[in-house]
Ligand binder design. Structure first.
Ligand code: PGA
Length: 246
């Protein structure tokens, strides 16, 4: 067993506006002790979640711009997220990379912005099905990891999520062995090149995590928790996943 505290994080994507927050929180029965619990609602629901969250639940935004402010219509800065009570920022989610064309360079700038504002970046990496079939899993995810490691200082907080693109929202999950192999490669790379302490780096798995497969995935070597999309929208299934991480 690793010494690292398990993490269960919920990414609501573009679901649940501010009015849905109260009902979600009312239905959320969390264990008294267990993993770190994080929720990433849409930016407009962050303040409501911060106000109503159960004790200990950490709140983050799903994306930030790298500038602190200015003429960037439609964007939200890391500083504004912090002001609204967020302490985390999801960065480089595959939907950002593939639907909105986010590059490794932009991911790196956002990681720097998160640290500047006092947010912990949760950086997502993952290969497409085509890249997996071509045997390029490690090459792809290590290059994505490197882009983030390049801009962090040894004491900067950082969380990484391995989310194979083909497993997101598809009902397909990586096997615990596949996840362990990818997570092991990510940790080994961190050990090789630093600067963050590889033994303290939380690496989460994401991609069709459900109450029924969460415990098995979280028991795999080097898997320090899960990043949950669809199953985090319902408080009962999200709480069941949190319990699986105890
Ligand atoms: P999913 O999404 O659990 O719905 O597959 C995971 C994610 O995109 O973070």
């Amino acid at each position: 067993m690793s010494e690292r505290t398990k993490v269960v994080a919920g990414n609501w994507k573009m679901n649940h506006g501010p009015e849905a927050v109260a009902g979600f929180v009312e239905g959320l029965e969390l264990p008294a002790e267990g993993p770190r619990v994080m929720l990433f609602p849409p930016a407009l629901s962050v303040a409501a979640m911060v106000a109503r969250r159960p004790r200990g639940v950490e709140v983050g935004v799903q994306n930030i711009h790298w500038e602190p402010g200015g003429a960037f219509t439609g964007e939200v800065s890391a500083e504004m997220a912090r002001e609204a009570g967020a302490t985390l920022a999801l960065i480089g989610h595959s939907e950002r990379r593939h639907l909105f064309g986010e590059t490794d360079e932009e991911v790196a700038r956002k990681v720097e912005a998160a640290h500047r504002a006092g947010l912990t970046p949760l950086v997502c990496v993952g290969e497409t099905l085509e890249q997996r079939r071509a045997g390029r899993v490690e090459e792809v995810i290590l290059a994505q990891l490197d882009a983030a490691l390049e801009v962090v200082d040894p004491d900067d907080p950082l969380i990484v999520a391995y989310e194979p693109v083909w497993a997101i929202g598809t009902g397909e999950t990586a096997t615990p062995d596949d996840a362990a192999a990818a997570h092991g490669a990510l940790r080994a790379r961190t050990r090789e090149r630093g600067p963050v302490d590889p033994d303290r780096l939380a690496i989460l798995y994401g991609g069709s995590v459900k109450p029924g497969n969460a415990a098995e995935l979280m028991a795999a070597p080097d898997v320090d928790g899960v990043l949950v999309g669809g199953a985090s929208l319902d408080p009962v299934s999200f709480a069941a996943i949190v319990r699986a991480g105890r």
